[in-house]
Design a protein around this ligand. Structure first.
Ligand SMILES: [Zn+2]
Ligand SMILES: [Zn+2]
Length: 135
């Protein structure tokens, strides 16, 4: 299986580091508006198996089609105020930190940004590592 790619940024002034998934967090939106996330290296249909398992029934072809039409991606965004990670889909969500309401920025675009923790250092991308998904 293909390895998941992560991008890591480190502050040059303090110990702050943040790691984000290069491919973001793709998801299918179900009929209740719930998001079913899967790894970028995973095919979307695997999530349908997961939904069927959770629902304890098989989905109809129409339901499957509808799910596959409602795809999205909510990559890790990093709050420039508190430094915490949120998963935000720019096409559906406000670009706002879940924790403090601060402005967020897409995690993969942090190169050269001011460090949210010490507010002095600058974030730099460190050597990209390949890590496999937990699953
Ligand atoms: Zn810092
Ligand atoms: Zn925040």
């Amino acid at each position: 299986m293909q390895a998941d790619r992560w991008v890591r940024f480190c502050c040059n002034g303090c110990a702050y580091t943040v790691q984000v998934r290069e491919g973001g967090n793709p998801y299918l939106l179900d009929w209740r508006g719930k998001r079913w996330y899967y790894a970028p290296t995973q095919p979307a249909w695997q999530v349908i198996l997961e939904i069927e398992y959770m629902e304890q029934r098989f989905l109809s072809d129409l339901e499957r089609q509808r799910l596959l039409q409602k795809q999205g991606n909510a990559p890790e965004h990093v709050c420039l105020t508190c430094g915490r990670i949120t998963w935000i889909d720019p096409t559906r969500d406000k670009m706002e930190c879940w924790w403090c309401g601060g402005i967020v920025m897409q995690g993969t675009a942090l190169e050269g940004e001011r460090c949210p923790k010490c507010q002095q250092g600058v974030l730099h991308r460190t050597a990209s590592e390949e890590e496999t998904d937990r699953g």
